[in-house]
Structures are given as structure tokens and as C-alpha cells.
Design a protein around this ligand. Structure first.
Ligand SMILES: NC(=O)C1=CN([C@@H]2O[C@H](COP(=O)(O)OP(=O)(O)OC[C@H]3O[C@@H](n4cnc5c(N)ncnc54)[C@H](OP(=O)(O)O)[C@@H]3O)[C@@H](O)[C@H]2O)C=CC1
Ligand SMILES: O=C(CO)[C@H](O)[C@H](O)COP(=O)(O)O
Ligand SMILES: [Zn+2]
Length: 341
């Protein structure tokens, strides 16, 4: 069977390639129907990664946030037409200690191996999770991003001490929004404080207890723990403020990706006995846990629907490029591509 794969061949240039799919493999065929753009895709699309990295990774199909419909399943696990979310992390060897998303022999779709921007995706059955009826397709498209926040919160529960009176989230973008929302639902007794740089973005965080602009943050504010959801060079300024304000023995969850090495005041990290840990990507258990979490917290879905910034019908490569360009121009929210047959 012939498949169409849409690969980024150079910054802002996507080309179609036709490849054979071997239907004798015991894998499921999914037609991605709603795909959502992540900042990581934008860094490849805009060519903001180092030239050496672009040379290694391109040509490559982008997109690791997607849901779709099962077209063919030789394992008979799914019925035809069933709605599923695709897990982009592809583990290698089994390891009972190190999580699948941190293993060096795991692959990740749209970061070294082809992502989901394909007419059909042939994928192992273990890399698919059923989408419950109550989760709409537009939100299903970015379950991967939700599972990343969910994963970071699971790690937070392992690494943090029990005093959680006030938890800070730096970053007023999509990751900050989702992380703050899941934190509020997980720790309803805690004060969740979001710190950002745009009043108009912070005004959308209606479910948290407090929001502050970085310039207006009270210097006597007491934060037990913090999540950094800024990324890029902004991470540095954020971490300077975080290390100054966080209370002794607090934890800092690093989630923002930066193309530059970020400086940090290690003297204060030592003096306060802080624990800093990184969280990246997610694995099957996070997708499953997140879906269960959403089904238990009904109102989460309406808050998530609010950050669907645009749903763009895709019929051609030009439409894909327009979707990426409109995602660059948007202020807040997720851009979802509605892949038409
Ligand atoms: N760990 C992981 O697995 C994942 C990491 N990420 C990464 O997380 C980061 C955030 O993603 P996303 O939310 O989508 O990106 P956004 O760019 O939408 O959000 C970041 C927000 O933080 C604001 N900001 C800038 N400086 C500061 C500061 N000093 N303090 C507080 N806020 C600040 C930005 O404003 P402005 O735009 O004006 O700079 C922007 O509104 C990115 O680097 C992304 O790649 C994303 C997904 C998964
Ligand atoms: O977005 C992400 C997970 O959802 C990660 O930030 C992304 O996978 C990092 O990959 P890369 O090294 O290609 O930037
Ligand atoms: Zn991502």
C-alpha cells in the first residue's frame, strides 16, 4: 500500500514522498485526523535549531501531537474507525528502572524519526491509546502535551516535600496554562500562582488563585515549589527570579526547552538546598493516567477547549505551511490541523 509522507526538507519547505507500507507487519494503521503544532515542531520549521542538528534530522515529517482513526488492525485490538491518540515515544529495550521517555535508545516521532504528518501512520498497538467519548477531537489532538504536564506532576509528587501551600508556575503560554490547570485539580488546597509577562494571557488563567506579571511580583512572596514553563532565553530570567523567591528545600521542575545553555545561581541553590529536576516528554503510563484524570475531572475539558486557537482545514502542502505560519502569528493557544481526505 502506498503512503504519502509530508517531510520538512529545509526550513519552511515541506515536500511529499511516497512510500510503501508493509501490511504483513503486525502493526496498526491509523489515519491522523487532528494534528496539533508544538514549539519543538516550530523550531524545526523555522530553522531555529543549530545547522548541525537540522542537517542530522531533516528530511523529517513533523508533528508529535495527534489523534486519529484506526483504518486497519491485524491484532484486532481496535475496531475500525475507533478514535485513538498516538504516542510519539518509541521505546527500545525494556527497562524496569528508567522511564521510556528518558532512555537513550528510545525514538521520538518528529525528533529524529518521522512524525505524524503522514496520510497513514503504521504504529505498534502499544503506542495507541483509546480516546474516550467525552474528549473532543480538538482536545484529543494535544493529549500528548497534556501528558507531558501530567508526567511532570507525577515526578513532582516523588521529589517534593509535603508542604505545598503555594506552588508557582512561571510561563503564561500553553504549557504554563496546562500545567497550572492540572496542578489546581491535583492540589485543590494549594494556592496556584502563575507568573508571566502578558496581562492578556494571564487573564485566561481563570482557574488559578493568583497571577502576576514578572515585574509586579511581591518580593516577599513565599513559594514552596515551582514549575518553569518558559523555555528559550526567557528561562534564564525566570530561573533567576525563581531561585530568589523559592523557600528552602523547595523543588524546581524544569520544563522549558532552550537552544542556549542557561545560567543558574548555584550558590543560592546550595544555600537553600533546592532540588532541581528536568521533565521531558511522556510515556504510555502518562497518556493513560492523563486520560483517566480528565475523565474524573469533567470541567478540565472546557478549560482545554478554550485554548484551541484555530482549527485549520488541510488539503495541501500549502495549507500545512499556512497552519505553521498562522501558529507563529497567534498570541496564545494551540493550532490544530484538521486533516481532510
Ligand atoms: N518538557 C517538555 O517535554 C516540553 C517542553 N516544552 C517547551 O516548554 C516551553 C514552553 O512551551 P509553550 O508554553 O508552548 O510556549 P510559549 O512560548 O507559548 O510560552 C512561554 C510563555 O512564557 C512567557 N515568558 C517569557 N519570559 C518569561 C519569564 N521570564 N517569566 C514568565 N514567563 C515568561 C512567554 O512570553 P513571550 O512569548 O513574550 O516570550 C510565553 O508567553 C517551550 O520551550 C517548549 O518547547 C513544550 C512541550 C513539552
Ligand atoms: O515537545 C516536546 C515533547 O512534547 C519536547 O520538548 C520535544 O520532544 C523536544 O524535542 P527536540 O529535542 O526535537 O526539540
Ligand atoms: Zn511537544
Amino acid at each position: 500500500m502506498i503512503n504519502a509522507v509530508y517531510r520538512l526538507v529545509a526550513p519552511r519547505r515541506i515536500e511529499i514522498a511516497f512510500e510503501d507500507i508493509d501490511l504483513t507487519k503486525p502493526e496498526v494503521l491509523v489515519r491522523p485526523t487532528k494534528l496539533s503544532i508544538c514549539n519543538a515542531d516550530q523550531r524545526y520549521y523555522q530553522g531555529s535549531r543549530e545547522p548541525k542538528i537540522l542537517e542530522q534530522k531533516l528530511p523529517m515529517a513533523l508533528i508529535h501531537e495527534a489523534m486519529g482513526e484506526v483504518i486497519y488492525d491485524p491484532t484486532k485490538t481496535f475496531s475500525i474507525g475507533e478514535r485513538v491518540v498516538l504516542i510519539p515515544n518509541i521505546p527500545g529495550r525494556q527497562d524496569d528502572v528508567i522511564k521510556e521517555n528518558y532512555r537513550r535508545d528510545s525514538g521520538f516521532c518528529s525528533s529524529g524519526i518521522d512524525g505524524f504528518l503522514q496520510e497513514y501512520v503504521q504504529i505498534p498497538v502499544a503506542r495507541l491509546v483509546r480516546l474516550p467519548e467525552k474528549i473532543p477531537n480538538t482536545v484529543g489532538a494535544f493529549v500528548e502535551l497534556l501528558s507531558v504536564s501530567f508526567h511532570a506532576i507525577q515526578r513532582f509528587m516523588c521529589f517534593s516535600h509535603s508542604r505545598k501551600e503555594r506552588i508557582g508556575v512561571w510561563g503564561d503560554g500553553n504549557l504554563g496554562y496546562i500545567t497550572a490547570l492540572l496542578l489546581k485539580k491535583t492540589f485543590p488546597q494549594s494556592i496556584i500562582t502563575v507568573i508571566g509577562v502578558h496581562d492578556y494571557k494571564l487573564s485566561d488563567f481563570t482557574f488559578v488563585d493568583e497571577t502576576y506579571l514578572i515585574t509586579e511580583l511581591p518580593m516577599d512572596m513565599e513559594l514552596d515549589h515551582v514549575f518553569e514553563c518558559v523555555g528559550n532565553i526567557g528561562s534564564q530570567k525566570a530561573l533567576e527570579q525563581i531561585v530568589d523567591l523559592i523557600k528552602p528545600e523547595g523543588t524546581i521542575s524544569l520544563m522549558g526547552v532552550s537552544e542556549f545553555p542557561i545560567q543558574i545561581n548555584t550558590r543560592m541553590v546550595l544555600e537553600k538546598g533546592l532540588r532541581i529536576y528536568g521533565s521531558s516528554r511522556s510515556g504510555r503510563e502518562d497518556f493513560e493516567g492523563l486520560i483517566e484524570f480528565i475523565t474524573e475531572h469533567n470541567d478540565v475539558i472546557e478549560h482545554l477547549e478554550k485554548i484551541v486557537a484555530a482549527v485549520i482545514p488541510i488539503h495541501s502542502i500549502a495549507d500545512i505551511q499556512s497552519a505553521f505560519e498562522s501558529d507563529i502569528a497567534k498570541s496564545l493557544g494551540k493550532t490544530v490541523m484538521d486533516w481532510k481526505e
